[in-house]
Each structure stands twice: as C-alpha cells, then as structure tokens.
Design a protein around this ligand. Structure first.
Ligand SMILES: NC(=O)c1ccc[n+]([C@@H]2O[C@H](COP(=O)([O-])OP(=O)(O)OC[C@H]3O[C@@H](n4cnc5c(N)ncnc54)[C@H](O)[C@@H]3O)[C@@H](O)[C@H]2O)c1
Ligand SMILES: O=C(O)[C@H](O)COP(=O)(O)O
Length: 532
C-alpha cells in the first residue's frame, strides 16, 4: 500500500521542526491551533494527514469528515484523544511517537513525588504571601519508603530507576510485564491486592482504557495505608477524582500530585485547590527536549512511510508492517487479485474461512499483509461488512476488520516446502464448500497457477484487464476469440487450465477494460470481467 501525502494539517502546538521536516520533503503543511471542532470538521476534508498532541479531540465525526485522510499522527504518546477504531474502519493509519517524551514524563513524575512529600507547592505559596511558616510544612523522607508503580512500561520503569536512587523500594504491577522483567529494574512484581497495603506512595503509568478507568477508587483508598500519597502523570480518569477528594478530606490520602485530569482544563477546580494537592496543567511532556524529539519523530515517521522506507509508531496497521518493501508489493497485488477471482467464482457460497499457505523464504513474514490483501480483493466485490466495506475505501488496514465483522475467520501459515515462492489460498463456505487458488509472482507479473487443483500448463497472467471464467468442458481458443470479438473486446491472450470432472477454468487478458456485457462469451463459458 503506497501512502501519498500532499498536505498535512497540524492542529496543536508542535515544535517547528515538524513543519521543517515535512516541508523539506515536499509535503505542504498548514498549522492552525485555533480551530474549534466545527472548524476542524470543515477544514479536514482538504488534508491527507493530520498531526495533533493531546488538545485536539480527533473524534469519529472529525475522522469521517476527513475524506482524504490517510494518516493521523500524535506528536506524543497517549492516543486516547483519537478514535482509533473509527480511523481503522476508514483505513486511516494512526501513529504516535512512543518514547519521545518518556524521560520528560518520568522526570515530571519524580518532581511531583518529591514536591508532595515536602509540601513544596503550599510552602512556596505561603512564602509568596509573605509568611515564614516552618512548622506547618513538616515533610517526610522518601528514603526507606515503598513506591508502588502501576504500569511498568517505558515511563514506569524510568520512574523506578530514578526513585531507587532516593533509597525507595519499588514494587509494581503490569499485566504485560513479567515478574522476571520487572526484577531487571529492581521492582518486585505484585498483584494489585498485594500492592495496596504495602505502598507508601503510588504512581500511575498506564494508558486510560476500560480496565484502568477509575482504577484508583474508594475501595482502593480503603485498602491503602492511612496517609498514602499518590501521583498521576498518566491520564485523567485513572483516579476517580471524587474518591480522591474524599480520601484527601478524610486524611486517608495525605497528598496527591496531579498532572492530568478527567476534563482538561478542569471545569471544577475543587480538587486542584485542595491544600494537599500539587497540580500542573498536563506538563509531563512539556520540555524543550521532549517537544523537539516528538516533533522530529512524527515528521520523520510520516516521511519514511511516504518513501516506503518503514512503518514505525503505527498502532492500527499491523498488516502494513511488512507490506511496504518493493519486493512485497507484487505479492500484495497478487493477494488482492486472488481475492477478487474467488469473489467472482464463489458467488454461490457464504464465505466463512480463508486459510492461506505461504511458501518460500521471501514470504516468511508475509502472513498479515497477505491475509489483508486477499480480503481487500474479496470484499471489494461483495456487499459484506454491513455496508461499511462498500462505503469505505478498502485497504490493508480496514479489510481485516470488515472480514471479522462479517464472521470470516482468516489464518496464514508459512511453510518451508518446495516448490518455493508461491501461495495457496483456500476459501471455505458456510455450507462446507471449498475453493482453492494457487498463485505466484514472477518479476512484475502476478500469475495464477491453479484453480480448484486444475493446473494451468502455462501460468495465467493476472495483471491488467481480465476475464476469469469457469467452463463445463474444454473450450477452444478460436471459440473464445470469436465470441469475444462479437462482444467487442480485444483479446491479448487466453490461458486455460486442465479440464477435470467436466470443469476447467481460464483467464482471458484484454487490451482494455470490458465495458459492455459479455453476452456472446457467456454462451461459451461462465465469464466474469474484472480489471485487476
Ligand atoms: N503527563 C504527560 O504529559 C504524559 C507524557 C507521556 C505519557 N503520558 C502517559 O503516560 C502513560 C504511560 O506511558 P508509557 O509511555 O509508559 O506507555 P507504555 O505503553 O510504555 O506503558 C504503559 C504500560 O501500562 C501497562 N498497563 C496496561 N493496562 C494496565 C493495567 N490494567 N494495570 C497495570 N498496567 C497496565 C501496559 O502493559 C504498559 O506496559 C500513558 O497513559 C501516556 O499517555 C503522559
Ligand atoms: O501522552 C502524551 O504524550 C502526553 O500526555 C503529552 O501530551 P501533550 O503532547 O499534549 O503534552
């Protein structure tokens, strides 16, 4: 899948390096950070790409208005402001810059942990009011205390390493990080239930997802030591803000450091104004270094994608990962062509399963894109996908989603067997029907090797305009040419498979697309025209 980007809209404050890199690679850029949602919806149809930080809400209505959108880039980590499902259905790539602001966010978390243990915010405010109150702001040492880290990913790990230098014991939980991996950065992996009563401090470093929404709630505060201190530099909504306020008021929670909020900016400042809260307006990634890095990274990731060099940072386009290289392109096309042929010749059955076998070293990593390309071809000729597939531009990103939605299961297996470099695709119907195609690539040519086990003596070329047919008997080339001439189509080549059990298949290559009906050809064979 080649991604062409003529222009990009940047709708948030992003370091100027982003604009420079895009422009120097021939991509037009408009930066407008003042757009209301309605203005963004009105503007977005003009653009191929969109770059945001966390301020722009890229909702489904923005995405659906972006009729030319091919890619949405997040100059930062969290993508919860982008409706990635809506983008995937539209075949739009969503990418972020994982890691670009990790160190800044980790440092900001440590800053908040230190600040809240020594009442820095309140003490500083009091001095600005002309007071010298040394008694009121008695603090606690971090040394010897236990810090619980919820989410042991990039930022969680960096926070652990930094806070250990203060003599803190770090414990943590992450469903995707093993106890052994966690031990490599001296953090004891524990279940959440084990963590709550042991922690003196809690810091949150997960994404905001259904499993983490209100993860810290009244029940959790009740299980913690009295005087627990908590920092949230991840996402608003991971702490139930009402529960936090109750815990602060009862003294169950001694202090909270908050960089992120359920609503940004918050409408209600009660929590922020609590004397034991230190709050910053989502500044975790706001450093010169992090902003420079994420701006450069997102722009370079766009450029690398357009140049077909690599795909990095995409969160919804696994099929594209190995599909960009020049050597993969003909196989992507072949998959699409085989999908279309199957769609044309299996109109009588409801597709349930597609089983793909890939042979040869060059197809070792081809499974995900080959499945996707077969589904692009198949679905493009069907009304499947609840109308979505028909109304969206099908591509390698959204075709697997529509297939799944239509109840079609898919599987690809790589086999290190001879003959090498070919594919076998088995389409299975709900009624137990089976339809098998085999194909290969030779240079720039996509070739059909067999249909239903009926081999082509000379592989049929699938490039360009073709008619694919099924015949109940051997058909002479002369009959095909005569019928095609009567239908007004110019034939370039005819390839017929062997005929077995009164059935054979063929490909007729045409000089130009068959625009009219193929009535005469259809008296000779069961013919279906297609431009592949
Ligand atoms: N305040 C800021 O400005 C700022 C800056 C950067 C990142 N962030 C946010 O910080 C968070 C972490 O970022 P990161 O780069 O470390 O991400 P990451 O993907 O490297 O790590 C997140 C970790 O959370 C884990 N996780 C998922 N569900 C979990 C659950 N239910 N319980 C415990 N752990 C769970 C994941 O397995 C993963 O290891 C994200 O929400 C990101 O948006 C905020
Ligand atoms: O997820 C992130 O990258 C941070 O929350 C930073 O957000 P920002 O780019 O809006 O500062």
């Amino acid at each position: 899948m080649v991604v062409q980007l003529k222009n990009v809209l940047i709708s948030d404050e992003v370091d100027p390096k982003c604009v420079q890199i895009l422009q120097s690679n021939g991509i037009e850029v408009v930066q407008n950070v003042t757009l209301s949602k309605e203005q963004l919806i009105a503007e977005i149809p003009k653009y191929d790409g969109l770059i945001v930080r966390s301020a722009t809400r890229v909702t489904a209505d923005v995405i659906n208005a972006g009729v030319n959108l091919k890619i949405i880039g997040r100059a930062g980590t969290g993508v919860d402001n982008i409706d990635a499902d809506a983008a995937t259905r539209r075949g739009i790539i969503v990418m972020n810059t994982p890691g670009g602001n990790t160190l800044s966010a980790a440092e900001h978390t440590c800053t908040l942990l230190i600040a809240l243990t020594r009442n820095l915010g309140a003490a500083s405010l009091s001095m600005k009011e002309g007071k010298w109150d040394r008694k009121k702001f008695m603090g606690t040492e971090l040394f010897g205390k236990t810090l619980a880290i919820i989410g042991l990913g990039r930022i969680g790990k960096e926070v652990a390493l930094r806070m250990q230098s203060f003599g803190m014991t770090t414990i943590g939980f992450d469903p995707l990080v093993s106890p052994a991996e966690s031990a490599t950065f001296n953090t004891e992996w524990l279940s959440l239930e084990e963590i709550w009563p042991r922690a003196d401090y809690i810091t949150l470093h997960t994404p905001l997802i259904p499993q983490t929404k209100n993860l810290i709630n009244d029940d959790v505060f009740a299980k913690c030591k009295k005087g627990i201190r908590i920092v949230n530099c991840a996402r608003g909504g991971i702490i139930d803000e009402d529960a936090l306020l109750r815990a602060l008021e009862s003294g169950q929670c001694a202090a909270a450091g908050l960089d992120v909020f359920l609503e940004e900016p918050p409408k209600d400042y009660t929590l922020v104004k609590h004397p034991n809260v230190i709050a910053t307006p989502h500044l975790g990634a706001s450093t010169i270094e992090a902003q420079s890095r994420v701006a450069e990274e997102i722009a370079q990731q766009f450029v690398d994608l357009v140049q077909g060099k690599c795909l990095f940072g995409a969160i919804n386009a696994s099929a594209l990962t190995n599909a960009l290289s020049a050597s993969s392109q003909p196989w992507v096309q072949l998959g699409e062509q085989l999908g279309r042929i199957a769609s044309l010749l299996t109109k009588d059955f409801a597709l349930k399963n597609v089983d793909i076998e890939l042979f040869g070293e060059s197809l070792k990593n081809g499974g995900s894109y080959f499945i996707a390309s077969v589904m692009v071809g198949y679905l493009s000729l069907t009304p499947l996908g609840g109308g979505d597939a028909a109304s969206s531009k099908l591509n390698l990103i959204n075709a697997p989603v529509f297939a799944k939605q239509s109840g079609i299961t898919t599987k690809a297996t790589w086999k290190n067997e001879l003959p090498a470099e070919h594919v076998k695709v088995n389409f299975q119907g709900a009624g137990g029907e089976a339809f098998e195609l085999q194909g290969t690539v030779a240079g720039k040519n996509n070739l059909l090797l067999s249909v239903q086990g009926h081999a082509f003596k000379i592989p049929a070329t699938l490039n360009g305009n073709i008619v694919v047919y099924r015949a109940q008997k051997a058909v002479s080339v002369a009959d095909v040419l005569t019928a095609a001439a009567k239908d007004g189509v110019e034939v370039v080549a005819v390839s017929a498979s062997e005929v077995k059990n009164s059935q054979g298949f063929g490909i007729i290559n045409l000089a130009s697309p068959a625009t009219g009906k193929l009535d005469n050809l259809s008296t000779v064979v069961d013919a279906h025209a297609n431009t592949l």
